[in-house]
Design a protein around this ligand. Structure first.
Ligand SMILES: [Zn+2]
Length: 456
């Protein structure tokens, strides 16, 4: 586990201290690289891209470094005298930075995220600075394969920056060069704590559902009026990532897209749902982007669609998962690793904070929906294929569910590695059965579950 930078997540979550205090999540990296490469030499990790998804209350920033790096996150409070807003910064050790990124900040200015910029802080460190419109709670974690650092920012319900803060308008933006930021500007937060107790019990949900509900209700326009329940269907894989392949060549990415389209059509028919899809084509979308799309869209229910596979060709059945830190058995761990696109070894040390403000409030709803989905899918497919196996409700560390702020489940709709189940997956009536099951469960949940904590 040592040396797995980014797999040691976290640790200190100080939030809502006197209301206006920044919540600070320190993320400690495991080890530093042995040498301090500073150029973009071949084989040296470097900040090659910065991506952001954002709305008025939510932002996810992804920092791509390709290879594993050591990093640390921290915050700076607003400094009106320097006309600087609240900032989150990520120091990345032993990495280079692509010139285009250094010279061109990602400008947003949409209500929560102002801009993201990056530069060299010292000879060995690249600093990525996320400028916010107001102080916000955040957390940071890293995903391997390829390595990227993810920053999730929750701007809902936080204390806004006082009106005395200078308007940014067209004035030359105050811009301290990250390279010139003296270490003294680093807040006196606790030092990184790589020795965080991995056995520590899950933190209780930071926000009870009722509280979160009211916060969302009080948030800006995109969430103020939701005429219908929003559902995001996420057909797994796509493009260069075929997912699992069956004995006769059927590919998971094609099956789940076909199921997803059926679900969308069936759900949309009633008019009760605003149905979206993370992809409606054979395209590759990174896992963190799928979650970000759902969060940004203010989605209520997220359903990720997959087909299972196993070295054991007789393995069969349907299961539906919710996010957890670990898996209860080797098969589930291997499944999560495959779906995450990483070796099993990369998963074993992962310590996601899942029972936090982003996910914890929806955990029980997700468990309930997952069970409902699995029961309904098995029931519907059984009418066409008697004897279908249910493997039930399960939990595993799927990256696509990490940071999802809504009720979120992941369906593993039978085994494509099993010749009999692969042939069923070529049958449109089987795909319809799977879709009917998901639709029934989502409708049931939409009518009986989500309304209990929503405001429309
Ligand atoms: Zn999959």
């Amino acid at each position: 586990m040592e040396g797995e930078a980014g797999e040691r997540i976290d640790v200190t979550l100080l939030r809502r201290h006197l209301g206006a205090t920044l919540a600070i999540l320190l993320c400690a990296a495991g080890s530093l690289l042995a040498s301090p490469p500073v150029s973009a030499a071949p084989g040296v990790p470097r900040v090659s891209d910065i991506r952001a998804w954002t709305n008025e209350i939510y932002t996810r920033v992804a920092i791509d470094t390709g290879d594993e790096v050591s990093w640390q996150a921290n915050t700076l409070r607003a400094d009106p005298s320097l006309r600087l807003p609240p900032r989150i910064f990520i120091d990345i050790r032993g990495a280079g930075i692509r010139d285009e990124i250094r010279s061109k900040p990602v400008e947003v200015r949409n209500g929560l995220l102002r801009q993201v910029r990056a530069g060299r802080y010292d000879r060995d460190t690249v600093r990525v600075v996320i400028e916010l419109e107001r102080e916000s709670t955040y957390r940071v974690f890293a995903l391997p394969g390829p390595f990227r650092i993810i920053v999730d920012i929750d701007g809902a319900g936080e204390i806004p920056v006082p009106p005395t803060s200078p308007a940014p308008v067209a004035a030359v933006p105050p811009r301290e060069d990250p390279a010139t930021l003296p270490p003294a500007m680093t807040p006196s937060a606790a030092p990184p704590t790589p020795s965080a107790d991995p056995a520590a019990p899950s933190a209780p949900p930071a926000i009870p559902p009722s509280v979160e509900s009211s916060r969302v209700a009080a948030s800006p326009p995109s969430h103020a009026r939701k005429p219908r329940v929003r559902v995001m269907i996420d057909p797994g894989h796509g493009g260069k990532d075929p997912g699992a392949t069956g004995p006769t060549g059927l590919q998971e990415k094609d099956v789940v897209l076909a199921i997803g389209r059926r679900i969308r059509e069936k759900l949309a028919r009633s008019g009760e749902f605003d149905v979206r899809m993370t992809r409606d084509d054979d395209v590759f979308i990174p896992l963190e982007e799928r979650t970000a799309m759902a969060n940004k869209g203010g989605v209520d229910i997220f359903v990720s669609l997959h087909i299972n596979a196993s070295r054991n060709r007789s393995a069969e059945g349907f299961s539906t998962y919710v996010l957890s830190r670990g898996a209860s058995n080797r098969e589930d761990l291997e499944l999560a690793a495959r779906e995450n696109g990483v070796p099993v070894g990369k998963l074993q040390g992962v310590k996601f904070i899942i029972d936090d403000m982003f996910t914890g409030a929806r955990k029980n709803e997700s468990l309930r929906l997952a069970k409902t989905v699995n029961d309904a899918v098995v029931r519907h497919v059984s009418t066409r294929y008697p004897g279908v196996q249910s493997l039930g409700l399960k939990q595993a560390p799927f990256y696509v569910l990490v940071g999802a702020r809504m009720t979120a489940v992941l369906v593993e709709a039978s085994f494509i590695s099993n010749a009999r189940e692969e042939s069923r997956l070529r049958d449109p009536s089987c795909l319809d059965g799977i879709a009917d099951g998901v639709v029934e469960a989502v409708r049931y949940y939409g009518q009986n579950g989500i309304l209990a904590h929503s405001d429309y």
